[in-house]
Design a protein. Structure first.
Length: 546
């Protein structure tokens, strides 16, 4: 027998989601779902395969109808190495980036269950719901269930959920009919597979058993299979002795090479990268012994506060690669985003030019959409080649392929450098454009077109960070946006949206997506937004230092 509880109209906290369920029933139901399937067991894998088989008919028969009932369970945590991620300021608030998916509530019979580490400020939730075109706020709100683990620790969000049986029960209660539901997450690991099985719904993401294809070493192997150019280098390195040998080998093959990059297999956003200078090597070459001796002094880390001892230990833990640094007079860092959908079809979703920063220019700061005309077709075609290999291996869901493009006398040369087998820093920004306008990406032109055929562009960042912004709280940001007309205008389908709002007061950090009818206009709108925020925050006086 299955008993379900429907959340109250306008419910805004965890207690309202399951207000009429007795404690005894909670305890009982906590043990009802897949009680014998141990995490990582063959039985769990078999059950996961059964659930995944639902995706194809679900997307083929149900999701093609915008009025069909469905439930999307969104777990937006980053299930990645928390030691590396801890260096990102405001990391916990990165879960808010997937609040763009609340715009799926524009579909009138869609329910969303959104689970976070700590509760989200209702002002932030209201901000997103008010972006919905043509849907009354209250109608959307009653189809949204917000749940939280109330745990701000560095443990991954999925682990927090699995460690709390009553929270799992609350999620099951909120799902309603599991036959029209699926789980959405930032990236898929064994923990997300266990969560899908515990909830009894399929996971719309790559099978965690294929995760190695998205590592730095796995990326090079896929590029080789796809026949896509990549930097000279070596993969599947186990420790710094391997790294020293690979660097010395690179220098022997390329005597003119002045710099190389070392990458942790599972680094993200450039945080696991270090550069190594090969200038001054004895005899214009580099012996393995010389490199090993020089590594602690010459390695320059992208992650703030990184030390040699920590990096060496982390490399021994996860392994990595060494690559030649791509040099040239003018370089760009574009990416192509693709998807293997639930029907098994490979699709190009978008392309971007990445905005990079950090000590050596490898840290992801933001992006512009689309990538430049000069090489957009080139990287999309290379992305398709990579995607075809991943498709053959059984990959499902979104992924991105990053490139370095260098202007040569004969044109732009593109080399692939890594695969992100997950959602990424451009996912929520592109979703913002897609959901707000109701438009579509045109793969022939590489442009995004509104329903009326007009092209739209954007400039986006997750790293608008200024100390003086700590004077502002989310309510202040909304007031400033209203007073200065900093919002997305549905009539012109242009304007600004904000994300990472929860990180504003504590870290002075904010995300911005500026959408306009040309790249120049998008940049101008962004600069105006920053100028307004600077002026408003500077005008506020404080009684002491922040």
């Amino acid at each position: 027998m299955e008993l379900r509880v429907k959340p109250r109209l306008g419910a805004s906290d965890d207690s309202s989601v399951i207000a009429h369920v007795s404690p005894l029933r909670l305890v009982a139901e906590a043990h009802m779902t897949e009680p014998s399937l141990a995490a990582g067991s063959p039985q769990e894998s078999a059950r996961f395969a059964e659930l995944q088989a639902r995706l194809k008919p679900l997307f083929r028969d149900v999701y093609v109808d915008p009025r069909a009932p469905r439930t999307v369970v969104i777990v937006p945590g980053l299930s990645m190495d928390q030691d590396l991620l801890s260096r990102i300021e405001g990391l916990q608030h990165y879960e808010e980036r997937q609040l763009t998916m609340l715009m799926l509530l524009r579909l009138p019979n869609t329910r969303i269950v959104f689970v976070t580490s700590v509760p989200i400020n209702p002002v932030i939730v209201d901000y997103y719901l008010n972006l919905l075109p043509g849907i009354p706020h209250q109608h959307a709100r009653r189809r949204l269930v917000l749940l939280s683990a109330h745990d701000g620790s560095t443990i991954t969000l999925t682990r927090k959920i699995l460690d709390r049986p009553r929270l799992l029960t609350r999620i099951r209660e909120a799902i309603g009919n599991p036959s029209d539901a699926h789980l959405s997450c930032f990236n898929a690991t064994a923990a997300e597979r266990t969560l899908a099985v515990q909830l009894g719904i399929p996971l719309y993401a790559c099978d965690p058993s294929l995760g190695a294809l998205g590592s730095k070493s796995g990326s090079r192997e896929v590029f080789r299979e796809a026949g896509v150019p990549m930097p000279e280098g070596s993969e599947n390195l186990r420790d710094m002795n391997d790294v020293a040998g690979a660097l010395a080998d690179l220098k022997r093959r390329r005597p003119d090479l002045e710099r190389a990059v070392i990458k942790l297999n599972d680094g993200a956003g450039g945080e696991g990268n270090a550069t190594f200078s090969l200038t001054g090597a004895p005899g214009a070459r580099a012996s393995k012994e010389w490199v090993r001796r020089e590594l602690p002094q010459r390695a320059v880390f992208e992650a703030q506060g990184e030390t040699w001892q920590h990096y060496e230990a982390k490399f021994a833990e996860m392994g990595g690669i060494v690559e030649a640094w791509i040099a040239g007079g003018e370089t760009r860092s574009p990416s192509a985003q693709l998807r293997v959908n639930a029907l098994g079809e490979l699709e190009v979703i978008s392309s971007h030019d990445q905005v990079l920063g950090g000590p050596t220019g490898q840290r992801f700061i933001g992006s512009t959409f689309p990538a430049a005309d000069d090489y957009r077709v080139q990287i999309e075609e290379a992305g398709r080649q990579v995607g075809a290999v991943l498709q053959r291996h059984g990959v499902l869901g979104r992924f991105g392929v990053d490139f370095v493009c260098v202007r040569r006398p004969g044109g732009w040369e593109a080399v692939a450098i890594e695969i992100n087998l997950r959602k990424g820093g451009t996912t929520h920004t592109f979703q913002t454009l897609q959901y707000l306008t109701g438009g579509h990406y045109d793969p022939d032109s590489g442009l995004f077109r509104t329903p009326t055929g007009q092209a739209r562009y954007y400039y986006a960042t997750d790293n608008l960070t200024k100390h003086l912004y700590r004077r502002l709280i989310p309510e202040d940001l909304i007031d400033i946006a209203v007073e200065h007309d900093l919002h997305f205008d549905q009539t012109t389908q242009q304007g600004v949206t904000f994300n990472l709002i929860g990180a504003l007061s504590e870290f002075g950090k904010l995300g911005v997506v500026s959408i306009a009818d040309s790249p120049e206009h998008a940049s101008d709108v962004y600069e105006r937004t920053v100028a307004v925020l600077d002026r408003e925050a500077s005008a506020l006086t404080t009684q002491g230092p922040l």
